[in-house]
Design a protein around this ligand. Structure first.
Ligand SMILES: Cc1cc2nc3c(=O)[nH]c(=O)nc-3n(C[C@H](O)[C@H](O)[C@H](O)COP(=O)(O)OP(=O)(O)OC[C@H]3O[C@@H](n4cnc5c(N)ncnc54)[C@H](O)[C@@H]3O)c2cc1C
Length: 334
């Protein structure tokens, strides 16, 4: 059996598809998720059924109610032990990586993260290609173990496998034991973003680095982001200095984004930052140093001081917003 691990309400279609491609003939693909007493799983089961997953195991315990990496990882190790799958797959988000890492460590099993290509031999050996250093390197690896764990990157190659007919996904309750000391990391509060946008999915990200000069320097970036329908991001220097929270950080140890427009203000474009923003469709860099890597790689580069360029850009946006008639007449002429 191949086991797909579901760590939030959504299941990317490639996850069960890759699991099916690795599954031997007559080997089923099943799923596992985590929850407390009242966690609803009906919608998830319907989605999984549509992907040809025949069974959803729900590891239940009061301490699994909300995301808790050590506890979920421990529960996953128990489920692996009970079900005996030959392979376990999860999406390569923060949750997938954390939960599988905890489970692999507890069960002493091998884990390959961020895989973009996976193939299995008859003897159970997996050949994977995985991204390293935020996607600038590709590494080939071979895994041979009774149970192999892997996380699947969004860019994974989905092999052509026969379409599985959509069917009923049976929900199987699976009570697990969670030692209280494993509830070290717990969600204490959910804070909804005021705009409803997240850094990972916003179409526009206006990001600031050391060149912004301090926390108060981000006010102008906030206004620009709001007017463009986006969110504010930052470099690690900004988080290290306490100017912005870590959730705003773009990069290798922050969030990887693929915005329609990324505006990098006073950011040098170090590799660890670049790998987080390089998938954006259009990148605009504003920097006093024309030789900065971000200026060299950006789609558009403005050489200048962010404290002069950004207020000028905002003043023009405000002026246009207040004079819709001018904007309309320009549109008609074009
Ligand atoms: C393991 C590891 C993981 C890392 N992960 C991340 C990560 O996830 N994200 C990340 O961002 N970094 C990460 N880093 C840090 C990274 O290497 C860089 O140190 C960091 O990105 C630099 O931030 P910065 O561009 O804001 O600062 P700097 O590199 O100091 O660049 C500041 C830039 O601002 C320009 N500037 C200065 N004043 C102005 C002005 N007034 N107007 C316009 N431009 C101005 C300068 O010319 C310069 O180009 C990581 C490092 C390591 C070792």
């Amino acid at each position: 059996m191949k086991l797909v691990v579901v760590t939030d309400a959504t299941v990317p279609a490639e996850l069960p598809a890759v699991a099916r491609s690795l599954a031997g003939r007559d080997e089923p693909v099943e799923a596992v998720t985590f929850g407390g007493a009242g966690t609803e799983t009906g919608d998830l089961a319907r989605v999984l059924g549509g992907h040809g997953v025949g069974r959803l195991h729900v590891a239940r315990h009061a301490l699994l109610d909300d995301y808790a990496p050590e506890a979920w990882g421990n529960a996953l190790a128990a489920v692996i032990d009970r079900l005996g799958p030959s392979g376990v797959l999860a999406s390569a988000g923060d949750r997938g990586a954390e939960v599988l890492a905890h489970a692999a460590a507890r069960a002493d099993l091998p884990l390959a993260t961020d895989c973009v290509r996976l193939a299995g031999d008859e003897d159970g050996t997996w050949h994977v290609t995985r991204t390293r250093s935020g996607g600038v390197l590709l590494e080939d690896a071979e895994l041979r173990a009774p149970v192999t764990l892997a996380t699947i990157a969004p860019a994974v190659e989905v092999p052509q496998v026969p379409l599985q007919p959509a069917g009923e996904c049976e929900v199987v309750e699976s009570a697990v034991d969670v030692p209280p000391e494993l509830a070290r990391t717990r969600v204490v509060e959910h804070v909804a973003s005021e705009t409803g946008l997240s850094l990972a999915t916003a179409p526009v990200v206006v990001s600031g680095g050391r060149g912004v000069g301090g926390a108060e320097g981000f006010a102008v970036l906030e206004e620009l982001a709001e007017r463009l329908g986006g969110v504010v991001g930052c470099s690690r220097v900004a988080t290290n200095n306490g100017w912005r929270p870590h959730r705003d950080q773009v990069g290798l140890t922050g969030t990887k984004i693929a915005a329609d427009l990324y505006i990098a203000c006073g950011i040098s474009g170090a590799t660890q930052h670049w790998v987080g923003c390089m998938d954006s469709a259009v990148i605009l860099a504003i920097n006093t140093d024309p030789e900065a890597p971000m200026m060299q790689r950006a789609t558009y580069a403005v050489e200048g001081d962010v404290h002069e360029v950004l207020p000028a850009v905002l003043a023009e946006i405000r002026r246009r917003a207040e004079e819709p008639a001018v904007a309309e007449s320009v549109e008609r002429q074009v």
